[in-house]
Design a protein around this ligand. Structure first.
Ligand code: GDP
Length: 425
């Protein structure tokens, strides 16, 4: 048995979905352990192009069991529409290949409202939320003011629990935000329209995983977003509201005793960041627009243009350390092929001093990037499948990143398709 976590090293959107889709070949089980429908993993394979938000990226492989663990923000509405979309493209979903933890908390209809209302209240101080209700969901979860998926099997208790929560939440909605209150009828409709649809997939995934562990099955843990969005270790408060780090995988998956044999940290060959917050290496103007277009950097969930910049060695090294990555997958190297010279943010300058350490969040806005340029390769590398066939300039660029962040780069992707990958021995 070997367990692996696939995690983001930077601000998210590094290409984790494509790496899970590729590596699931070797695994029996794939578990999503945190986050919700607020990000998108893009997967392109023989069945088509998919933007997955909640479903684990192993859903396309026959024989792989996909689990939504207790750590996810389980949004029945989003999940149901995603399930229908995937099924309409020929992927069969059954309680055998998709299992939802009975201990996952439900993202309730008012969580989305509260996300939107709070961003409106914050106006120009907003966090840049995707308005999927994730922050209100996790704060309620830690207040124990959510419903567990397994409660759907206890309809009488569920109704009274929901009614208590509604009474409490209506106070905030009406008195704090002046919004409309919820009624039990609205909630009952929500249960029948969405929760009942996903109910057949809900089960005790903890006991399933413990059995899989005893049977020596291989488990892949799939994260959302990246190190710098981690609630505890990221660029607070511009983080997400859950832990995106590999260390959380055992807790959020339902297998707290899991040991991780390898941690694949996914790094993009340049930097992108969606939404607000400090982004030290950010590029602007025409240079940024060219890179954004070349990499098609627009949010999978929101369509928002992503902020872009050169690869950031300071942030990436920190991300690798926080994740305890054992190997790196460097994605989208092909996107840089148009550049004459490739910029790299090698250090930061903070208060007049050069630094290699990732600063405390409050200091980030004062950090300045130090940029060095590498030779470009100026040719199409998307058809290359071996390290030795890469142009020397591309190998030099990859080798520099590898040395600077202190972690071997095992995978290099040169296109979005499953097989557009160079695997180094
Ligand atoms: P994730 O959330 O980390 O899975 O990343 P996203 O799906 O948001 O963003 C990755 C995007 O890059 C997707 O549109 C992928 O299809 C695309 N992609 C992934 N790897 C490559 C690559 O090597 N080259 C190119 N050109 N695109 C890639």
């Amino acid at each position: 048995m070997s367990n692996c976590a696939i995690v983001g090293i930077n601000w998210g959107d590094e290409g984790k979905g494509r790496m899970v889709d590729l590596l699931t070949e070797k695994y029996d089980v794939v578990v999503r352990f945190q986050g919700g429908g607020n990000a998108g993993h893009t997967v392109i394979n023989e069945l088509g192009k998919f933007a997955l938000h909640l479903l684990p990226s192993g859903i396309f492989r026959k024989g792989v069991v996909n689990i939504l663990g207790n750590g996810v923000a389980l949004d029945p509405e989003n999940l149901w529409s995603e399930m229908q979309e995937v099924e309409s493209n020929g992927v069969s979903l059954t309680p055998e290949n998709l299992k939802i933890s009975d201990r996952a908390s439900l993202l309730l209809p008012w969580h989305r409202d509260l996300d939107e209302l709070e961003e409106l209240r914050l106006a120009d101080k907003k966090y840049g939320s995707t308005k999927q209700g994730i922050a209100p969901f996790y704060s309620d979860k830690y207040q124990k003011k959510t419903i567990l998926a397994g409660e759907l099997f206890y309809p009488e208790e569920l109704k009274s629990h929901l009614s208590d929560l509604m009474e409490w939440k209506n106070l905030t909605l009406t008195k704090v935000y002046g919004a409309k209150p919820y009624t039990m009828e609205m909630l009952e409709n929500w249960i029948s329209d969405y929760c009942e649809k996903i109910k057949p997939y809900i089960c005790d995934t903890g006991s399933f995983l413990r059995k899989a562990q005893k049977e020596d099955k291989s488990i892949l843990f799939e994260a959302q977003l990246g190190s710098l969005r981690d609630l505890d270790y990221g660029i607070h408060p511009y983080t997400t509201s859950s832990n995106t780090t590999a260390a959380y995988a055992p807790i959020g998956s339902g297998l707290p005793s899991a040991r991780l044999d390898s941690i694949v940290g996914v790094v993009k060959a340049y930097s992108t960041c969606v939404g607000e917050g400090p982004f030290v290496c950010e590029m602007f103007g025409e240079e940024a627009e060219k890179l954004r277009k070349a990499g098609f950097e627009y949010g999978a969930k929101t369509g928002r243009p992503r902020r872009v910049g050169p690869v950031d060695i300071v942030a990436t090294r920190y991300g690798v350390e926080v994740q305890a990555a054992t190997e790196i997958a460097l994605t989208k190297l092909d996107v840089l092929s148009y550049m004459d010279k490739i910029p790299v943010c090698t250090h930061y300058t903070l208060n007049g001093e050069r630094t290699d350490s990732f600063p405390f969040p409050s200091a980030l806005k004062n950090a300045e990037p130090e940029i060095e340029y590498f030779e470009g390769w100026k040719c199409d590398i998307s058809g290359i499948r071996s390290w030795d066939d890469l142009p020397k300039a591309a190998r030099d660029y990859v080798s520099y990143i590898e040395k600077a962040v202190g972690c071997p780069i095992k995978y290099i992707s040169v296109g979005p398709e499953r097989d557009s990958i160079i695997i180094r021995k």
